[in-house]
Design a protein around this ligand. Structure first.
Ligand code: HEC
Ligand code: HEC
Ligand code: HEC
Ligand code: HEC
Ligand code: HEC
Ligand code: HEC
Ligand code: HEC
Ligand code: HEC
Length: 245
């Protein structure tokens, strides 16, 4: 008898009746979705609810698909039910996210908190008004002001630095066009990169040793073709820019 009445009424009225069947109002961010229960409920199959959620929440769906972000890395990603963590019908003001800061394991995100980052308050990196996922993901996104090199290097600070400390950068000089062999291996960085200037740095022997040149340029300026710098030689050998063939 009741069922027949519901079928007979208009859609708008059906909405009101259905609303009465709700266990409680949905949270404010879902207010607009409330009128159409089918947004989150498939009357024929309870198990399809998560896929309904994902129809709207495309960013979460992408995370799950690409195994990234919190929802793509959590245990049961892709198989667990959203409602296991996100409840509904607890009133407009209800917090359906329920993230526990104290218990949250940041390793289940795209950015592990290590070194100097491990003891910071969440707000040092996350704006309270923004979704957690919006925190800048690259070093320079947060450390632009700390760029001691004034843009001379790649902005991927992580290639040379870790989050432990800025000092002690790892940098493989052999990857540049100028290997630090022989005598040059023990010269301090500052002797060639005066006052933190890395660009330009002369690459030819004469570029740095011109004042030492006893050949007065007769052998040409560029000695970089095959010189072996002899580490066993003391001061003065640079002046001869000796080759060891
Ligand atoms: C934004 C999504 C959303 C909308 C819209 C929504 N619900 Fe729900 N509903 C849920 C979630 C999530 C649960 C499970 C809550 C839990 O387990 O803590 C639920 C649970 C229920 C339940 C308890 C039975 C069950 O499936 O667990 C009923 C009954 C229900 N909803 C009815 C409705 C009705 C009627 C409407 C439309 C007027 C509606 N809901 C709209 C998300 C929604
Ligand atoms: C018809 C579209 C739609 C469906 C279906 C839907 N949502 Fe939402 N949801 C939204 C919108 C819009 C917001 C508010 C903006 C935002 O955070 O993306 C929202 C917000 C949320 C939030 C954040 C709430 C907050 O306080 O910030 C959570 C969590 C959420 N939805 C989970 C779910 C779950 C779980 C389901 C399935 C039971 C679901 N949603 C189904 C559209 C939808
Ligand atoms: C194991 C618990 C858990 C499960 C399962 C889960 N979530 Fe979440 N969800 C969270 C937590 C914790 C947050 C807050 C952290 C964040 O923003 O990633 C959140 C945040 C959200 C948000 C708001 C932030 C945003 O990025 O838009 C949405 C929407 C959401 N979840 C949707 C879903 C959907 C859809 C599913 C099912 C496919 C789901 N969640 C499954 C725990 C869970
Ligand atoms: C040093 C900076 C930093 C601190 C401190 C920090 N976070 Fe994050 N957090 C990030 C970055 C970066 C991401 C990755 C953003 C992205 O997805 O690209 C992230 C991601 C997250 C996510 C996952 C978002 C998603 O949906 O994938 C959550 C949730 C989160 N953080 C919560 C917290 C909480 C809670 C705290 C405090 C206990 C905290 N964070 C402290 C930088 C930080
Ligand atoms: C989401 C923001 C965020 C990202 C991304 C981020 N950091 Fe940080 N980092 C901080 C904050 C906030 C601090 C603490 C305040 C400060 O010292 O600047 C910090 C501190 C540090 C410190 C300690 C500084 C000191 O003086 O002791 C180092 C080193 C550092 N970060 C390196 C990195 C590197 C390398 C990356 C990339 C792999 C990175 N950070 C990515 C926010 C971030
Ligand atoms: C090509 C490698 C490289 C890249 C990329 C790089 N650095 Fe450095 N950084 C160094 C070297 C080398 C030093 C000095 C040697 C040391 O102290 O370990 C240094 C030193 C620093 C110092 C300490 C300066 C001082 O006086 O103590 C800061 C701060 C710093 N870098 C920040 C950054 C930031 C921020 C970025 C990204 C925008 C960045 N670095 C990118 C190699 C790099
Ligand atoms: C004997 C001279 C010499 C010494 C000592 C030296 N460098 Fe270099 N470095 C060079 C030259 C020459 C280049 C340019 C190579 C090129 O253009 O490919 C260079 C390039 C670099 C670059 C690459 C800059 C760029 O173009 O991105 C970095 C970073 C660097 N050096 C760091 C260091 C650090 C750190 C030290 C100390 C551990 C050091 N250098 C010691 C001569 C030196
Ligand atoms: C970017 C600058 C730079 C370039 C380019 C350079 N050197 Fe040097 N070299 C130095 C500095 C600085 C020292 C250490 C201070 C000194 O002894 O003059 C040094 C030391 C040496 C020494 C150790 C002997 C001594 O006088 O203490 C030799 C040998 C030498 N260089 C040979 C060469 C040769 C050969 C080339 C060309 C392949 C070359 N250098 C290119 C800067 C440079």
């Amino acid at each position: 008898m009741t069922a027949i009445t519901i079928v007979a009424v208009s859609n708008a009225f059906a909405g009101t009746v259905e609303t009465m069947l709700m266990p409680g109002k949905v949270t404010r961010p879902h207010e607009k979705q409330e009128q159409d229960c089918a947004n989150c409920h498939d009357r024929s199959n309870v198990r399809t609810q998560s896929s309904l959620c994902l129809d709207c929440h495309k960013e979460i769906a992408a995370d799950v698909r690409e195994h990234k972000g919190y929802h793509g890395r959590m245990a049961n990603a892709g198989t667990g039910e959203c409602r296991a963590c996100h409840t509904e019908h607890k009133g407009r003001a209800a917090d359906i996210v329920q993230l526990s800061r104290a218990q949250f394991d940041h390793h289940v995100t795209d950015f592990a908190l290590e070194g100097a980052h491990s003891a910071l308050a969440c707000e040092s990196c996350h704006k309270p008004s923004e979704a957690w996922r919006k925190a800048p993901a690259t070093c320079v996104g947060c450390h632009k002001a700390d760029d001691a090199h004034h843009g001379q290097f790649t902005q991927s600070c992580g290639e040379c630095h870790s989050s432990m400390s800025w000092a002690g950068a790892r940098f493989d000089h052999d990857k540049t066009e100028f290997k630090l062999a022989g005598a040059h291996a023990t010269v301090t960085c500052d002797a060639c990169h005066v006052a933190g200037r890395y660009k330009p740095t002369p690459k030819t022997c004469a570029g740095c040793h011109a004042t030492d040149d006893e050949h007065r340029g007769s052998r040409g300026e560029d000695e970089t073709n095959s010189p072996q710098i002899r580490s066993d030689r003391g001061r003065g050998s640079a002046r001869r820019c000796e080759r060891r063939d």
